[in-house]
Design a protein around this ligand. Sequence first.
Ligand SMILES: [Zn+2]
Length: 697
Amino acid sequence: MTQETHQKVQAAHLKRNAYLYIRQSTLRQVFENSESTKRQYALRQRAIALGWPEDRIVVIDSDLGQSGASAADREGFQRLVTEVSLGRAGIVLGLEVSRLARNSTDWNRLLEICALTDALILDEDGVYDPAHFNDRLLLGLKGTMSEAELHVLRARLQGGILNKARRGELVIRPPVGLIYNSEGGLVLDPDKQVQQSFRLLFETFRRMGSAMATVKAFRNQGLLFPRRVHAGPHKGDLVWGALGHSQVLHILHNPRYAGAFVYGRSHTRKTVDGRFTVVQVPQDQWETLILGAHAGYLSWKDYEQNQRRLHESAQAIGADRRMSPAREGPALLQGLILCGRCGERMTVRYHSYHGRVWPEYMCQREGIEHAKPLCQRIPGAGIDQAIGELLVEAVSPVALDVALTVQQELQARLEEADRLRQKQVERAQYEADLARRRYMRVDPDHRLVADSLEAEWNSKLRMLTETQQERERQHEQDRKVLSDEQQAAILSLAANFPRLWRDPNTPDRERKRMIRLLLEDVTLVRAEKITMHIRFKGGAAKTLTVPIPLNAWQQRATNPDVVREIDRLLAHHTYPQIASILNGRGMRSGEGKTFTARIVARIQRQYGLTPRYDRLRKAGMLTLEEMATVLGICQQQVKIWNRHGLIRGHAYNDKNDCLYEHPGDNPPRKAQGVKLSQRRRLGGVVAQRTEEVQCEA
Ligand SMILES: [Zn+2]
């Protein structure tokens, strides 16, 4: 360590903490490259040698095992930046400091903050003061070199990979079902069960034409499907489990099962927050595609055919509506509903009925993945209405309340700041007074002293004016911000919301956007009633229950009293009679129509009421044939006798087909020569019968 570096460390630096940042890119490096970790910890001794007490050296090693490619995931690095920017750091220690951040932007930002807060940087080569131009230049260069090194390394690696991939010789982890043999060729998995499972999958899809149906077929037959474990202690093992929908799609979309070598089906992109996303690339942009490169389960033609079918069914079903932005459809809660049973996000289905579109919320993700029944489905109309009413009724007071709370809080904070500024003014006043008194007390002959004291008094007075003006200005600004912009915006939201909501010209999409501004999510549970747990943005919560709306047939169902009455009347009357009786009493069917024989018959069938025929039979009545046998006459004669009241028949339908009461011990007999009309009508049958018997005896 040179004399110069010692000079950079000042007392002011030593008063603050020293931060030792330790990082190894991957967990493997943490284990295998322990030498480097030791060197990193040894830097501690350097800090002690420079004069930092041991207890002021803070070790930040929470990033061990994290890659340095971006600062986003590295909590330790972020903490370091925070500590430095708060001015708590006197020095930052790191092995090859530029590797603190593998990204030049992160590094330069840290350098700037170090320069601003007067923090030093120490690595194995020496101490740097980022506030000095030369040091900063050097440090910046180190960062650039470090990034360049990474770039060159990666480019070489990538180039090698690409070259191999173009020749189809790159060894890529094969998907389950394919395996490298001892000669390095890719072959079908020699495990017969695995092979058969794959053949069955492709065959089932060829027959059914849908991934969903394939999952269902496997499930119905209780068949398991192989999967390879890619991580953990069982890495490389084959496990058998239920076939999943996404698994089928993966397999069907994977060209390797058709014996093709592919490279570059997806690209990895870095997002703004430093994370990575994988983007699928269309087939004509794949880096390498070599057909017939190795063994496969299906031909390339079959593979392409499968892609077409999957594409078609994907278009038929429509894109997934999960976490989607507000769309045109009328389902207000689309994308905001969680299932209260399983916690999945629910999707929307629309039904068209009588020219109107009715939304229905369904939880079906699990159902699709494992071909199981739907978790729950809930008609949407009642829910949307309840939410709308809740918002209209609750939003204005809620919004006002929130607005007022926020306003009060802002006000409180502003007043606090204002009090602080007031203190500054008082202090400036005090100092100015002090300077004035000093000046007054001095002997005027003491020219030099008097001049300097006068200058000091002047400067204090200037400072006092500045402080006062600053306070005045801030105060004015605070008042303006609150009164003009915020207040108006908040109040107008509260005032306009109900009007805007109810306006029929407001498109559904706009209503949905409003909901999204106000609500976090809604959890639905369907039991005897529908329970809705509503979470507002900002944490407030509310629970509502709405009755389950009747479905179409329930809405058209007949009043239970009417059904009971029909049941009672069936014992004595036919359908047309019942219809006219009910109409006479002013009753109406479930659809609000007057009763007809057909409607009564339908209700009898629908509600499982005992038919009139069965009732009469049960009461011991005889059929036409039986009656003819009992009386010893032809069937036509039975009908005639019935018409003339010699026997008692009861119609069981509207064609006047009858069942007959048993004639008893003395049935009527044929009486030649006596006019039927003279053999008295019903009511006197028994008496007449006796007479006749007497006549003939
Ligand atoms: Zn569910």
